[in-house]
Design a protein around this ligand. Structure first.
Ligand SMILES: Nc1ncnc2c1ncn2[C@@H]1O[C@H](COP(=O)(O)OP(=O)(O)OP(=O)(O)O)[C@@H](O)[C@H]1O
Length: 307
């Protein structure tokens, strides 16, 4: 018997609930189209991404691939055009202005690449960390000092931004982002302006926030020092997740990295560009299902469609 419309609706709902399950961050077929002077730019083209609570994850990709757009959506600064984006069960497409403000103040913390953008220059490090707590009406004596201490910049508490190095400012910025005990920290190229030694200190501070406070951390980065030291790196290409690198420690204590292509919910996958060029895999490929793998073969020479 054919299912009724309400049964079909219930089934569709089930499937939607099933995608991502209890993931901390769920992006399902996320689309963001910018329109400027009549020209449309599709920055996110149906991006799927699941991030578990407590993960420390890096996002990499060429310039213009959509990384910052994704971070802006997750931070509540920007609203996607279509799809689903949820953080901790909160639907980022369906929030009221009031909920969005609360979300940005209490649920997420953000760190920009430009050190100068993260801190108010006329406030000390301690006052900068206290500010978001005051705005949320939950200032607690001693918390700012504790956070600065945790991130190794306790000695900067009384200094203003111009009296600190770039790395110190970024570590204070992480303390500011952590002030209201957010579930999630988003960082857009946090080490982009720093030398490698200082980058390492900033990355270690992010890792500390992740490991000791249990905060989920998502870092957009071009810095191999960061992307090669997290457990999972997600590659974005043309507004979609295209690859993932997973790292684990082997029995000898060596870090082993394995790269995967991402398979989306309907079975689409993007071949890495260099694989495409290595063999002639244009327009169509032949697939063969084997017992333990799927083979992808260049198409045989065939007459063109016009003939
Ligand atoms: N406000 C905007 N208006 C119009 N187009 C935009 C806007 N913001 C981003 N874009 C376009 O959307 C696409 C994705 O941009 P995005 O900044 O997300 O890329 P990215 O991967 O972060 O790049 P980069 O590494 O250079 O920061 C680009 O083509 C960009 O030009």
């Amino acid at each position: 018997m054919n299912p009724t419309l309400s049964e079909l609706e219930a089934r569709a709902g089930d499937r939607r609930a099933a995608f991502g399950g209890d993931a901390h961050i769920v992006c399902d077929n996320l689309v963001r189209i910018y329109k400027t002077e009549g020209v449309e730019v599709v920055a996110l083209q149906g991006l799927d991404l699941l991030i578990q609570k407590g993960e420390l994850l890096a996002i990499v990709g060429a310039s213009g691939s959509g990384k910052s757009t994704l971070l802006n959506v997750l931070s509540g600064l920007d609203v996607p055009t279509a799809g689903l984006a949820k953080v901790g069960g909160m639907d980022l497409l369906a929030m009221t202005a009031k909920d969005r403000l609360r979300y940005r103040r209490e649920v997420v913390g953000f760190i920009w690449q430009q050190t100068a953008r993260n801190l108010l220059p006329y406030l000390s490090a301690r006052e900068n960390v206290e500010l978001p707590m005051r705005l949320a009406g939950r200032a607690r004596r001693g918390r700012a000092a504790e956070l600065l201490q945790l991130l190794g910049v306790g000695y900067c508490a009384g200094r203003k931004a111009p009296e600190m190095s770039g790395g110190e400012q970024q570590r204070v910025a992480i303390a500011v982002a952590l002030a209201n005990a957010p579930q999630l920290i988003l960082a857009d190229e946090p080490t982009g302006e720093l030398d490698s030694e200082t980058s390492e200190e900033v990355f270690d501070a992010l890792r500390k926030a992740n490991r000791e406070l249990g905060v989920t951390v998502v870092v957009v980065t071009h810095d191999p020092l960061v992307s090669e030291r997290v457990d999972r790196t997600v590659g974005i290409r043309d507004g979609r997740t295209s690859s993932e690198t997973l790292r684990h420690e082997d029995a000898a204590g060596q870090i082993v990295a394995e790269e995967y292509a991402v398979l989306d919910r309907v079975g689409r996958l993007q071949l890495p560009r260099d694989f495409m060029h290595a063999l002639t895999t244009e327009r169509r490929v032949r697939l063969e299902l084997e017992s333990d793998h799927i083979g992808v073969w260049p198409a045989r020479e065939e007459p063109s469609d016009e003939q």
